[in-house]
Design a protein around this ligand. Sequence first.
Ligand SMILES: [Zn+2]
Length: 166
Amino acid sequence: MGVTKKQIEYVVNELVGEEALPFVFYIKGKKHISEFIIAEELDEEIHKTRNILYRLFEHNIVTFTRKKDKIKGWYICYWDFNEKTIPYLTSKIKQGKIEKLNDRLQKEQDNAFFLCRNACTRMAFEHAIEFNFKCPECSEVMQEQNNQRTIEFIKEKLKELKVAKT
Ligand SMILES: [Zn+2]
């Protein structure tokens, strides 16, 4: 099953950043592309090109083989797009987000939160008590906040993540 453009964009944006997208789409569908050619074709400096390629490599999005150039005597890396890792990374990112949201949800459900009237701070009970329920920014008394809407919002986000296809 092929990987969609949208999936690739999602993974690369999340893990490396938007600036890496042209590199991935340039390498995709080609084989063993020299980093010098990639830099030249994308009109980028070789240092920047290598930097982005290594950052992609750290997540296993691309792979490389290193070969010594017989004439120049230095090593050149030849790069490939590792398409098969995309579905795995997609679900890994999603799983990470779900876990984070679950932790936040747990925290919201288990704690009372206090909010400054001027909205400078919001903190859980155990921190608010350290400040005597006074805002550390403006000294205004902090009020307990009904966090039902926050809880609903997190639940909604979780639901979206669970049904999303990417
Ligand atoms: Zn305040």
